[in-house]
Ligand binder design. Structure first.
Ligand SMILES: [Zn+2]
Length: 429
């Protein structure tokens, strides 16, 4: 229902603004979410764990659970497909033992089924059949260890635990020691281990940097960003510019922005609505039409592009799954009127940019978010053009400077998305 509502708003907005999806460098207004989302966001604001923020729009997670009771009618291939697609899903408790038996996952038994389900819920990996079988056996091996002195770093690497190893693959000895200290003596559940590692990072507030990532969207924002580069230099600040309509804008200016120390990201060939387009044409068609042509062109031009922002902030679980194959970081967008400004854990590959466009700009709320940011967290703020435009999707240079000045005065580290995620590498800076 939510999606249908969003789709109507998009259609309406496009109609009102008189622009079609092919219009060259038009600034296309992001979708605002329905009232129901506002409510849940407000509720989220009350707690300190924002891990659920990027799930707020995925109400389609139940669709693949509906098969669970008639799996006898499915072929083995269909069951395998369902198991593979359950990786990283929010709720897969309906994957039954029978499913794993049909798919011949030998290691999965009644005794460890809940551990395996915990793995599916928690993992961010997307493994193919053979690798997944192997991985699940390793997860079971961990669970069956009867003494934590037997738990080695390589076993933890084998199950794909995030946050325990640096980017070059070396062990984070401190995180490992903390993990060994905090876990029980036996029966190591993947999900609990992952949670322990994340808690460790989250609690190192005096050590990990407090970070901020400011981003600007749309090909049409190029000139305004280009004209204000000195403003960022003044505060030693960097940003991410998510480019759409790359073929129609000035490539030299884009390259200049990267050369000046900022990050260039991807925002769609012609700013297609990922949810509507992928549901009408398939996820692969969305990738080949709105992702790969521009990504290839940008990389051919020597740009380093590792991050993507969804146009209109629109996505589905399937687009999330697919887009992660092309980028290490994905940014969503929140622009409801009651948006709660706050940081996210820095190791999250999918984050939400909080709108600081003119009609949402609230300096007190932004300052409060900066004041309450913890180490190991990143505040993602997103907007479009710098300077007044004919619509509300802009920030004035004065307001932008207020944000830069405050973040800078409070010692926040401005990060590119890859740096934001690799926050432990920033700790010594
Ligand atoms: Zn956009």
């Amino acid at each position: 229902m939510k999606y249908r509502y969003s789709a109507w708003i998009v259609a309406l907005l496009l109609l009102i603004s008189g622009c079609n999806s092919d219009s060259k460098t038009a600034i296309e207004p992001p979708v605002e979410r329905g009232q129901g989302d506002n409510t849940s966001t407000d509720k989220d604001g009350a707690d300190t764990d924002n891990s659920d923020k990027d799930n707020s729009n995925s109400d389609d997670s139940n669709s693949e659970n509906t098969n669970s009771n008639n799996s006898t009618k499915e072929t083995k291939e269909e069951v395998i497909k369902r198991i593979l697609s359950a990786q990283g899903a929010e709720n897969i408790t309906s994957l039954a033992l029978k499913d794993f038996e049909i798919a011949e996952f030998g290691c999965v038994t009644a005794a460890n089924l809940s551990v395996i389900q915990g793995y599916f819920n928690t993992t961010q990996d997307e493994l193919q059949l053979t690798t997944l079988r192997d991985r699940l056996c390793k997860v079971v091996e961990l669970f069956e260890l009867d003494n934590k002195s037997l738990l080695t770093p390589s076993m933890l690497k084998d199950v794909g635990l995030r946050g325990l190893f640096f980017q070059d693959g070396t062990l984070d000895q401190w995180a490992y020691d903390e993990l060994i200290l905090t876990i029980p003596e036996r029966n190591f559940e993947y999900a609990a281990l992952q949670e322990a590692v994340e808690d460790f990072h989250h609690n190192q507030s005096s050590v990990w940097p407090k970070q901020i990532n400011i981003s600007f969207d749309d090909g049409g924002a190029l000139n305004s960003i280009y004209e204000h580069l000195d403003l960022f230099d003044k505060y030693n600040a960097t940003f991410t510019y998510y480019v759409s309509h790359y073929s129609t804008i000035d490539h030299e200016k884009v390259a200049d922005i990267e050369d000046r120390g900022h990050e260039i990201g991807h925002h769609g060939v012609i700013h297609r609505h990922a949810k509507i387009y992928s549901e009408e044409n398939g996820v692969q068609k969305w990738i080949t039409d709105d992702i790969t042509p521009q990504l290839d062109a940008m990389r051919r031009d020597g740009l380093t592009v590792t991050s993507y922002a969804y146009p209109f902030g629109a996505y589905t679980k399937e687009t999330d799954r697919e887009i992660k194959k092309y980028f290490t970081h994905v940014r969503k967008f929140a622009s409801w009127s009651s948006v709660v400004y706050r940081g996210e854990r820095s190791d999250r590959p999918i984050t939400t940019g909080l709108s600081i466009d003119s009609h949402r700009f609230d300096l007190d709320k932004i300052r409060n978010a900066i004041d309450t940011l913890k180490g190991g967290e990143t505040l993602y703020l997103a907007t479009h053009v710098i300077g007044k435009t004919g619509n509300e999707w802009y920030i004035t240079p004065e307001n932008l400077e207020k944000v830069l000045a405050y973040a800078s005065a409070k010692g926040l580290k401005f990060c590119h998305t890859s740096e934001c995620m690799n926050f432990k590498g920033n700790a010594n800076n």
